[in-house]
Design a protein around this ligand. Structure first.
Ligand code: NIG
Ligand code: FE
Length: 414
């Protein structure tokens, strides 16, 4: 028996369809359904159109009737987070604001290593609980799919613990969690050997386990002076590619170089890019790599934003993600951060909304979400307002009043 439900009427539905994956977008290109409804069959969108027509064509089915003005968008996709961790780094934040740099704190034993120490002490079930709590907060704020990285374990067993926790958390939240292995986050301070030895050990011992346990299909690395160099990461990515993993890169955050590796290895995305120059921008724009801005990291560190305007003008595909993590990006509010990036970088509403919907879905290679169209998941972010412009204008302060995930009501403010 099919479960059918008609949802509406909406003042506006923004399906985010028919827009190019790459390059600049103008608001006038946004398709809009007015006085519209969405027909959902078994969690999948089966029709979109005028509410009254859908009502007429589907007599007798269940109706979820909306009172007042509502605007529907695709459920947001956050393609870069680190929400599986333990502990706080409020101390780092205070130190940074008192003048210490992120790299100075890292060198003194704080930074990522601090979270590694705290996460290693946590049990798998504690990590599951915390990850579910954060994922549910994102879900309430309209994000129905979140990527979640490991990278706070940095040994074979500890990375496995985190990736198993992400898998278990996925079962315990309505949001979809997409796991990524970030064992190449930094060289663990307690590892006896070189960076090359560490990466070699991870790729030969951990990669096959990831496949066996179906823990992830994505491999990430932090290419940076404080983490791994281009030369060190080359054989690691080579191995990942041979084994059929998708590659993604923490690139050009403090020093450039990572985006070049992303392009060379056909990465699905290059994320951060705060210090990318015209050379890197053009290289990314010519490639199929999705350039991902992480305004939450700029806000957390108090540094410049990714040159999003230049990336789009050069023809790149721009996703926007929260980078939610305890160190550089503790806020974890995608809509607020994307709105602020839009204001600073002069992005159209279409570009910002594309960055947190279908362009982010492409960065995760998910072809069933990020747009509202027949055959796609009924993942919806619904706002109590009469015009989509109000959403980014409120800079994150207008939260969704309702969130649907796979045709089920996952959050309802009323
Ligand atoms: O994306 N840049 C490296 N990794 C994270 C930060 C992780 C942390 O500080 O704990 C990031 O910003
Ligand atoms: Fe990150």
């Amino acid at each position: 028996m099919n479960k059918k439900i008609l949802l509406g009427p909406f003042k506006q539905i923004l399906p985010m369809t028919g827009l190019s994956l790459k390059g600049a977008l103008v608001d006038s290109a946004l398709p809009i359904y007015e006085d519209a409804g969405i027909l959902i069959t078994d969690g999948i969108i089966s029709a979109l159109g005028t509410f009254n027509e859908l009502l007429h064509q589907n007599k007798g089915i269940e109706i979820f009737h909306l009172e007042g003005d509502h605007v529907a968008l695709p459920g947001f996709v956050d393609s870069h987070t680190h929400i599986c961790f333990a502990g706080s780094r409020a101390k780092d934040y205070a130190l940074r604001n008192a003048g210490k740099t992120y790299l100075e704190i890292a060198k003194a034993g704080g930074g990522i290593w601090d979270t590694v120490t705290q996460t290693r002490k946590a049990s798998q079930s504690e990590l599951v609980k915390h990850t579910v709590k954060l994922a549910n907060r994102h879900l309430k704020n309209g994000t129905t799919t979140l990527e979640v990285k490991s990278g706070y374990g940095l040994t074979l067993d500890e990375e496995l613990k985190i990736l198993r926790a992400i898998k278990e958390a996925d079962v315990n939240t309505s949001a979809d969690l997409i796991p990524t292995c970030l064992a190449a986050h930094m060289l663990p301070r307690d590892f006896e050997g070189s960076a090359t030895d560490y990466l070699e050990g991870i790729s030969t011992l951990l990669f096959p386990r990831l496949k066996e346990e179906k823990l992830t299909r994505r491999i990430d690395a932090f290419i940076e002076e404080s983490a791994f160099s281009k030369a060190q990461i080359a054989p690691y990515f080579q191995k990942a590619r041979e084994m059929g993993f998708d590659i993604t890169v923490h690139a050009d955050q403090f020093t450039s170089g990572g985006s070049e590796v992303a392009v060379a290895y056909g990465a699905v995305s290059a994320d951060h890019l705060e210090v990318s120059t015209q050379k890197e921008i053009e290289m990314l724009a010519k490639s199929d790599v999705i350039a991902t801005a992480l305004p939450g990291a700029s806000l957390g560190l108090g540094c410049g934003f990714t040159p999003a305007r230049h990336l789009l003008d050069a023809g790149a595909a721009l996703a926007i993600a929260s980078d939610h993590n305890p160190g550089s990006a503790p806020m974890g509010d995608l809509l607020t951060q994307a709105s602020i990036l839009g204001a600073f970088e002069k992005l159209s509403n279409a570009e910002v909304l594309a960055g947190i919907t279908f362009r982010a879905a492409a960065a995760l290679r998910l072809a069933d979400r990020g747009q509202l169209q027949v055959g796609y998941l009924a993942d919806l972010s619904i706002f109590h307002t009469n015009h989509y412009n109000e959403i980014l204008y409120n800079q994150g302060n207008l939260k969704p009043c309702m969130v649907w995930k796979k045709g089920e009501l996952a959050f309802n403010k009323n």
